[in-house]
Design a protein around this ligand. Structure first.
Ligand code: SF4
Length: 104
């Protein structure tokens, strides 16, 4: 899916999210996503997912939500899991950034 088709799909899916179980949880969701994105370890990220994943577990638009996260390059929590730039965050330990070698 590219260009305009991707945008149209994302827009249509965004409408379906109005039926999501998180629709009245904006403040809580912001707090959960803030905790998730700030988490440094796999244990912390898994813990930060516990409450929102429980909400998503009963949501009628989980599939659409996950598709929209992918299409829109979302970073946060959607469809019961974490996303970074539209890719599912698999909870593996993140590698520390490599230092660039000085070339001078
Ligand atoms: S799957 Fe989760 S994040 Fe997506 S609309 Fe439903 S409750 Fe909200």
């Amino acid at each position: 899916v590219r260009g305009i088709s991707q945008r149209v799909l994302a827009r249509d899916m965004a409408w379906t999210l109005a039926d999501g179980d998180c629709k009245a949880l904006t403040r809580e969701w912001n707090a959960w996503e803030t905790a998730y994105t700030a988490a440094r370890t796999t244990v912390e990220r898994a813990a930060a997912l516990t409450e929102p994943a429980a909400v998503c577990a009963g949501c009628p638009v989980t599939f659409e939500c996950a598709e929209l996260a992918w299409l829109s390059g979302y970073t946060g929590i959607a469809g019961g899991q974490g996303y970074r730039n539209g890719q599912p965050d698999d909870l593996r330990q993140r590698r520390p950034m490599r230092r660039r070698r000085d070339t001078a």
